[in-house]
Design a binder for this molecule. Structure first.
Ligand code: ADP
Ligand code: MG
Length: 731
């Protein structure tokens, strides 16, 4: 009798919506309360300091130490008024998530000791040395014996969590290599700003800056805390490694359209209240397709800030979930047989003059600019499709991509019929056509009405990993637990490099005396032809597409460790180095970290799966088998042999089935342990990850299949783990 499971089910059934107190006033009144934003700066900094800081933020200028001292003083005053006693440099190591080390403001008043005071200087604000030896660095630090340090990113505002002032920082080694996501992200944003601004000047010389925008949609699951605690696989790996599908899942799609369960609604409300206090403009909340799956999304913002806000929201959600007796699951595939979770990255570029570069315009000039950015993005994604896939790939996300519910592990771009028609018009226009602004007007590319049509949601393709949605691209293959920065680094870098190439070509053509419009038009025509293989509007889930994508030469690799090779291909190294985002050394080091992380994840899953199978499942199956045997034995004692055989035919068959499942499970676990032993001896991080992928992971499905079969046979009263039907339906 499985007491643990039933106790958990009982406890979960007692949980009711948690009462939450709404903050005083409207969101607009407490919005940004915990953030050292421009409003607070104006109050706590001198005019002079404020001006210099804003310049650093807007133009990327370096801040002098003296200014940092002033900012630190203002920040400290505000933080202490808010009740903060500690501060931390908040950074984004390659392990995903964020890291922090808290220090108190207290210090001795003078070197001789004695009384203490609260101190926070520009030096402490600007730079810190976390004891970072335990953060993965792919050998950069070991090899160069350089410690890492964190450095303040003034473009993302400091904020207060509980009693701690958190300062967003980059994390780099003393030899200058990035050990985190933020450092290369900032470089990629600056690269795309520069490259895109140059291209914009072809159309509007007054443009001085181009921003990259990100609007993320975060999907997640909630399960009851008590049930979660009774599932060692969920607690240790973030996903269920076994569990037969519930008879009712998402077939009826009733969850997607259904109302939000009251316990969850209370959780969502509290997340929103808190997020507003952090200046995170959460806008949307709803149920997702799978039972217990939900989504939230803010209004989009500048990419660096949006990335930080996503990380902050993930940790807020985790904290708030436990207050509501939930466990938040950010894993990409917590449950087999139902949808996994992604994090759609809505991405666009926009100028300081307020023009969205993926928003079709009203004039011929605006529309030529729109098509220019659209086609260059297609080219970037086409050239770097393997890299862009690598940027979102992980052991977790591999379960989601390629399954019949999420984009496949092939990057393609959906444009929809209207935009495709526009590109076709350009492609099939004659090379001899003389293109002038007037000509463009005459050609009527038919762009003017496109945004309305698309925003009306008439032409959307849910199976595409990278879809144009009217005024932006929606990169849907990003994983729910990932740091958005990884995808944003690859995408913004690829687009920056592409725009630089484009601008060079246009400049050269114009130098030869060609008119600007003609030069642009001719180049776009060539690009449209060249990048055609990346365009796909059909069903991305179909097997035919996998075949066709191969024919088209798109990257179709499915093995995670091999997908990472795209980071260190000659093409990627050249691209990243040419725009100063990452060096070859950094790219190699970061891949080491990715391979190690992959290996560790599979290793942990293999151990948990082995333990659960041997210690939880087989003993219970054997116990039930012996109940059946006992019954059979008694039949024989009571009835004559013929009758007994007749009556116990079903029992005998079940006994044999159980024996056969147990035997496959036991043999597979043994073989998996052996495969692990062999893999563990491999020194090279890449080879080891490949061994884990090729020789360890394949056992997971076999073991799971037979465990799930046992779940259907063994007496429900005995089964030790909460079942899917118990885990998945919050009332
Ligand atoms: P969906 O219909 O895909 O579920 P949502 O409204 O839930 O769309 O989310 C779309 C996200 O895209 C939001 O975060 C929204 O602010 C963002 N978004 C809208 N326009 C842009 C844009 N031009 N650039 C970047 N993000 C945008
Ligand atoms: Mg979306």
């Amino acid at each position: 009798m499985s007491r643990l499971r039933f106790k958990a089910v009982e406890e979960a059934s007692k949980h009711t919506p948690v009462e939450i107190a709404a903050p005083d006033g409207l969101p607009s009144e407490y919005y940004g309360k915990y953030v050292f934003n421009r409003k607070r700066m104006a109050k706590y900094l001198s005019k002079e300091t404020m001006k210099t800081v804003l310049e650093a933020i807007d133009k990327g200028a370096t801040l002098q130490r003296e200014i940092a001292d002033h900012v630190a003083a203002g920040m400290k005053m505000w933080a202490m008024e808010m009740g903060a006693t500690h501060y931390t440099h908040w950074f984004q190591p390659l392990t995903e998530g964020t890291a922090e080390k808290h220090d108190s403001f207290i210090d001795y008043e003078d070197v001789a000791g004695g009384d203490i005071i609260e101190r926070f200087s520009g030096k402490l604000l600007a730079q810190q040395e976390p004891d970072a030896s335990s953060f993965p660095s792919g050998g950069i630090r070991n090899t160069f014996e350089a410690r890492g340090y964190t450095a303040w990113d003034p473009s993302s505002p400091a904020f207060i969590v509980d009693d701690t002032l958190c300062i967003p920082t980059v994390f780099i080694s003393y030899t200058g290599e990035a050990l985190d996501y933020k450092a290369p992200l900032l470089k990629s944003l600056s690269a795309v700003d520069k490259a895109a601004t140059e291209v914009c000047k072809l159309f509007d010389p007054s443009v001085k800056k181009v921003f990259s925008y990100l609007g993320w949609e975060q999907e997640y699951f909630l399960v009851d805390q008590a049930l979660y605690d009774a599932r060692p696989d969920l607690s240790l790996t973030g996903r269920t490694l076994m569990g037969h599908e519930s008879a009712k899942n998402q077939q009826l799609e009733d969850h997607y359209f259904g109302s939000i369960p009251p316990r969850v609604a209370a959780f969502m409300r509290e997340v929103e209240f808190e997020a507003y206090k952090y200046g995170i403009p959460l806008k949307t909340r709803h149920n997702e397709v799978a039972p217990n799956q939900f989504e939230l999304a803010p209004i989009f913002g500048e990419t660096n800030l949006a990335v930080d806000q996503n990380l902050l929201v993930m940790s807020l959600m985790e904290k708030i979930a436990s207050k509501h007796n939930f466990k938040l699951l950010l894993h990409e595939k917590p449950f087999a047989g139902i949808n996994g979770s992604g994090k759609h990255n809505n991405w666009s570029l926009g100028t300081d003059t307020g023009v969205g570069l993926f928003t079709p315009g009203k004039t011929a000039n605006e529309n030529l600019q729109f098509v220019t950015f659209l086609v260059n993005t297609l080219m970037a994604v086409y050239k770097h499709n393997a890299l862009i896939k690598a940027s979102i790939m992980s052991a977790n996300n591999a379960h989601r991509l390629g399954a019949n519910e999420a984009p496949p592990a092939i990057i393609s771009v959906f444009l929809g019929t209207q935009i495709s028609a526009v590109l076709d018009k350009i492609e099939y226009s004659s090379e001899d056509d003389d293109i002038t602004v007037d000509e463009l007007k005459k050609m009527k590319l038919g762009i003017t009405h496109i945004p309305e049509v698309l925003i009306d949601n008439t032409d959307r393709n849910r199976t595409s990993p990278f879809a144009f949605t009217g005024n932006r691209f929606e990169f849907r293959a990003v994983g729910s637990s990932a740091n958005c920065a990884s995808a944003m680094i690859a995408l913004n870098s690829a687009v920056a490099a592409q725009l630089i190439d484009f601008k060079k070509i246009i400049d050269a053509k114009m130098k030869q005396g060609m008119k600007k419009e003609q030069a642009i038009f001719d180049t776009l025509r060539i690009y449209i032809k060249e990048c055609k293989p990346i365009r796909f509007d059909g069903n991305g889930y179909s097997d035919e597409w996998k075949e066709e994508a191969k024919q088209r030469g798109l990257d179709c690799e499915t093995s995670v460790p091999l997908i990472y090779d795209a980071y260190t291909s000659e093409q990627s190294v050249h691209m990243f180095e040419s725009i100063n985002v990452m060096s070859k050394k950094e790219l190699h080091a970061r891949n080491e970290v990715k391979w190690e992380t992959y290996t560790k994840k599979i290793q942990i899953e293999a151990r948990v799966l082995g333990d659960l199978s041997i210690n939880h499942i087989i003993p219970v199956a054997t116990q039930y088998q012996s109940v059946l045997l006992d019954n059979l034995y008694k039949m024989r004692a009571v009835f004559d042999a013929k009758k007994a055989e007749e009556l116990s035919k079903e029992d005998a068959s079940l006994i044999e089935q159980i024996a056969s499942h147990i035997s496959v499970i036991k043999n597979s676990v043994d073989a998996m342990v052996e495969a692990r032993k062999v893999a563990n001896k491999i020194e090279d991080a890449r080879e080891k990850a490949i061994a884990y992928h090729d020789t360890v992971e394949p056992f997971f499905n076999t073991i799971r299949y037979h465990v799930d079969k046992l779940e259907l046979i063994v007496d429900n009263e005995m089964w030790p783990l909460p079942k899917y039907r118990e885990l998945l339906f919050i009332s």
